[in-house]
Design a protein around this ligand. Sequence first.
Ligand SMILES: Nc1ncnc2c1ncn2[C@@H]1O[C@H](COP(=O)(O)OP(=O)(O)OP(=O)(O)O)[C@@H](O)[C@H]1O
Length: 242
Amino acid sequence: MMTILDVRGVSRRFGGLQALSDVTFSVPKGQIVGLIGPNGAGKTTFFSTLVGLIKPDSGSIKLGDTSVVGLKPHKVAALGMTKTFQNVALFAESSVLDNVLTAGLLRHDVATAREQAMICLDRVGLKSVAHKLAGNLSFPERARVELARALCTGPKVLLLDEVMAALNPVEMQEIMDLIRSLRDDGITLLVVEHHMRAIMTICDRILVLNFGRLLADGTPQQVANDPVVVEAYLGRSMEAKS
Ligand SMILES: Nc1ncnc2c1ncn2[C@@H]1O[C@H](COP(=O)(O)OP(=O)(O)OP(=O)(O)O)[C@@H](O)[C@H]1O
């Protein structure tokens, strides 16, 4: 299998806090990889580091054969790796279509970006609200717009940061189906999500972060049965959050 993402020895410190410590793994094209860990484990920091919002102190990050360390987020996105944002911040006074279209401008001229934006909105089930003001959408719809925005950049690797937050079970199932269909289209997905059952169901593989370190890397079953993971995290979160 072709490796699409290769991360070696990535570390990042904030003052006295080692937020990421020597994180190493690689992802073959087409995998759905879950990233879990307690609050403050470094998940968001790690995603931000992958897409160029935070520069690692050391380590390498390669998308295909291209090193992305030190590149600005729009460059990394243009190369094919982008993330959704945990707190969806749309331009409330603009149409849904315009919100998505602006992301597509990274790769396309306005006319093509508009076409692509409609395709991406259709993909996430929001074609019918394309001309509504983004500010008038429901929260679950906004999460889908955020997903359409990310899709409109044409990602090879897409990082989803808590896209299922505040969704009901039906909406969650729909997003899970959508994630699978994106994978079937050849997109590689990294998923941060607090809903344990969803992440265990949808992912081929789970990485566990704890205090910035990679604690485990395996199939959902391997990770769920790993005593070290249960001790550090799952024992508690399975009870509290599943
Ligand atoms: N810009 C920053 N400056 C200083 N400290 C930061 C910064 N960003 C994150 N941190 C710290 O780094 C650690 C990792 O935070 P991060 O948000 O990556 O964790 P997380 O696993 O995403 O947590 P959550 O599940 O709560 O979102 C935390 O202790 C956090 O306070």
